[in-house]
Design a protein around this ligand. Structure first.
Ligand code: ZN
Length: 60
């Protein structure tokens, strides 16, 4: 079960992600700052650095 974003071009596992995709937000990679992530990846980067992804509102 996936959710399509506003444009219909992308599918997301979570409804809250689908609502932001193509709808004024960009998905960005966040490295070594888990509190800034809304989704943390369970795997680690080389060196044990944790990372995840966050939605950032498009400005302008
Ligand atoms: Zn999209």
């Amino acid at each position: 079960m996936t959710h399509k974003c506003k444009s219909g071009n992308h599918a997301w596992l979570f409804k809250e992600d689908a609502e932001k995709c193509c709808n004024g937000f960009n998905r960005v990679l966040v490295i070594d700052d888990l509190r800034a992530c809304d989704r943390v990846v369970s795997e680690r980067l080389p060196g044990g650095v944790s990372y995840g992804y966050a939605w950032v509102q498009v400005t302008g």
